[in-house]
Design a protein around this ligand. Sequence first.
Ligand code: FHN
Length: 432
Amino acid sequence: LTSLSIAAAQENYTPTADNLAARQWFSNAKYGLFIHWGPFSIPGAGEWVMDEKKITVDSYSRLQDFFNPTEFNAAEWVGLAKKSGMKYITFVARHHDGFSLWDTKYSDFNIMNTPYKKDILKQIADECHKQGIKLFVYYSLLDWRREDYAWKTGRTGQSSGRKTQGKWEDYLTFMKNQLTEILTQYGKIDGIWFDGHWDQTNPEGHADRTSRIDWRYDEIYSLIHRLQPQTLIGNNHHLSPFPGEDFQMFERDLPGENTAGLSFQKPSEKLPLETCETINNSWGFNLADNTFKSTETIIHYIVKASALGANLLLNIGPMPNGKIQPEFTERLLEAGKWLEANGDSIYNTTAGYIKPQKWGAITQKGDKMYVHVFKGNQQIQLEGFPFKKIAKAYYLADKRKLSVSLKQKTVTLQLPAETVDPDTVVVLEVES
Ligand code: FHN
């Protein structure tokens, strides 16, 4: 991003009232479903299979002839998200392999040229609108197949036949055309989720960590905001937000942490936050990956993200036939059950006054503080308590009262026994 385009984006962008309302909605929503799916699901080796197995552009194109997800049912996917307590879906409409899951005029590598021949994005968009779930569209900036995209990083490079020299103007025009299709032919789009910026970014330790090419976000972002002003823009560039972006995202880490080595950015104090995570260890369908997180871990992740003021975007990689594997469905529905009973302590809350701890975390809403006590804890001490008085203390689940003490800014919660549920929520009604 050159300083010129930063300046241009800064000058040109004032979020509309609708956009600001959408940001507020987003920061209240707290939980969404990420979907990575497409011809890359066929080999069952994750969405990076083309790069990792060094499959050439020509050979990879053959997958188009095999993609026939006859069992796909948009109503089922959207219904699952809803039942699981999710408020939005972020659908990968085009990943790095460049396959478009909609009827696009601008690339032949698309769903209409598969034996399936039906626009998937359209079915998902219609169903989201019908069921009242917001729709975000993931759009890869980088492309492993196009001749006009100049690859810089990807490991397969030369062996896959990719070009080191592209035609940047042509590629930008292509992206703008595709984004225009998405934003004009599918009704309301609640967000665009960019990924792949880093393919053109100087490596860690390089004196200049900015982009080696100009992605011209000023033009791309203003196009989006012109076509649908409320559409929220996020970009998984792993850096601090650029001008024109409406929310900040993290990958595989809670905001402020960097255990996965992808999050060097400080959490924004101005923009809504989101982090994305997988249920096993893969984004796209992966037959070899059985490292499923437990429902308890997922619940804890939702809680900890909320306690930091962030949404959790939890991923599934459906199978090539369009069905979702039972290991995902079970966990989503179980977490959904927990949310049904405890959602008051998650949706519409803001970050707790302290960060998540080993014993649990805190979320807040108005005069209520929700103390999430994770399994196996009995006594909790909250130091530096920012309120003068606790008017009431009770369990969220059944409103049973609980005695608490507040002395010298320290609250002590003594539970009758070690907790056995993944998360026992205690409500403190406070007076400032
Ligand atoms: O390379 C992608 C990856 O396949 C996946 O889409 C994730 C999701 O956040 N983003 C990229 C890695 O940063």
